[in-house]
Design a protein around this ligand. Structure first.
Ligand code: 6PG
Length: 233
C-alpha cells in the first residue's frame, strides 16, 4: 500500500473534517496521542459522536489524570467537549503496568470484535515512530499480537508504554496520519517517500489494508521532492 500525501494549510482543520465524518458515521475510531491531534480533536468535538466507538492507539503507563496521559489529552480536548457521549470509549489502563494493560486491551478488542477499526489516527515522531512503536525496538516488528507492552520508550516521555501493533493498525479500513512542523520533515521523507524505509510508520503504510492518507503542513513536507504529494494551497 502507498500513502496519499496531502499538504494542507491547516492540518487540524483538515483532520477534524475527516474525523467528524467518521464519528457521525458511527465508526470505530482509534485516537492518536501526543500533542498534534489536540487542535483537531477540539474542532471535531462539534460533531455528533453518539454512535462512534473510541479506542486508543497507544498510552503511557501513567495515571489517567497525569499530564502525560494520552487519555487525558483526549478527555480534555474531545470527550469533555461533546454534547452527547460516544457510544463507547475503550481506555488503555496504563496505570496497571504495560504487560497487564496490553493483555487487557487485547481482550477488549477481541471481545468487542473491534478489528478492523474504521479509522486509525496516527502521529509521527521525528525518529519515524508511530503510536509507541519505536525504531530499533522489537515491538515494532510484532507480527501476531494486536497489542504490545513497550517497556522502554524511544523518545520522551521515557515511561513504559502500551501500543497497538503494526498488524492491528494496518488492518484498519482507513489510516490518517497528522504531521506538522519542520522537526518531522526528515521522518516524513523517510517514512512516506522512500522505498524500503525501515521506520515503524513506513511499516504500517506497507502493511495497510485500507486507504492511507498523510496530512502535512508545508514545514513537515519541506523535504519532499516535487510531485510527492497533492498540495492544497
Ligand atoms: C505518543 C504518540 C506518538 C505521537 C508522536 C508525535 O504517545 O507519544 O502516540 O506516536 O503521535 O510522538 O507526537 P507529537 O504530535 O507530540 O509531535
Amino acid at each position: 500500500m502507498r500513502a496519499t500525501l496531502e499538504t494542507v494549510e491547516d492540518v487540524a482543520a483538515a483532520a477534524a473534517e475527516r474525523i467528524a465524518d467518521a464519528a457521525e458515521a458511527g465508526r470505530s475510531i482509534v485516537l492518536a496521542g501526543g500533542s498534534t491531534p489536540r487542535a483537531a480533536y477540539e474542532l471535531a468535538a462539534r460533531a455528533d459522536w453518539s454512535a462512534a466507538k473510541i479506542w486508543f492507539g497507544d498510552e503511557r503507563c501513567v495515571a489517567k489524570d497525569d499530564p502525560r496521559s494520552n487519555f487525558r489529552m483526549a478527555r480534555d480536548s474531545l470527550l469533555e467537549n461533546l454534547v452527547e457521549p460516544p457510544a463507547a470509549v475503550f481506555r488503555i489502563e496504563g496505570e496497571l503496568g504495560a504487560s497487564e494493560a496490553a493483555h487487557r486491551y487485547a481482550a477488549e478488542i477481541f471481545e468487542h470484535e473491534a478489528e478492523p477499526f474504521g479509522l486509525v489516527l496516527l502521529g509521527l515522531g521525528p525518529d519515524g515512530h508511530t503510536a509507541s512503536l519505536f525504531p530499533g525496538r522489537p515491538e515494532a516488528h510484532e507480527a501476531e499480537a494486536l497489542v504490545t507492552a513497550v517497556p522502554e520508550a524511544g523518545l520522551e516521555p521515557f515511561v513504559p508504554r502500551v501500543s497497538l501493533t503494526v498488524p492491528a493498525l494496518a488492518s484498519a479500513r482507513e489510516i490518517l496520519f497528522l504531521v506538522s512542523g519542520e522537526t518531522k520533515a526528515e521522518a516524513v521523507r523517510q517514512s512516506f517517500a522512500t522505498e524500503g524505509a525501515g521506520t515503524p510508520a513506513a511499516s504500517v503504510v506497507a502493511a495497510a489494508h485500507g486507504r492511507v492518507s498523510v496530512l502535512l503542513d508545508a514545514a513537515a513536507a519541506s523535504r519532499l521532492g516535487p510531485g510527492s504529494g497533492s498540495g492544497h494551497p
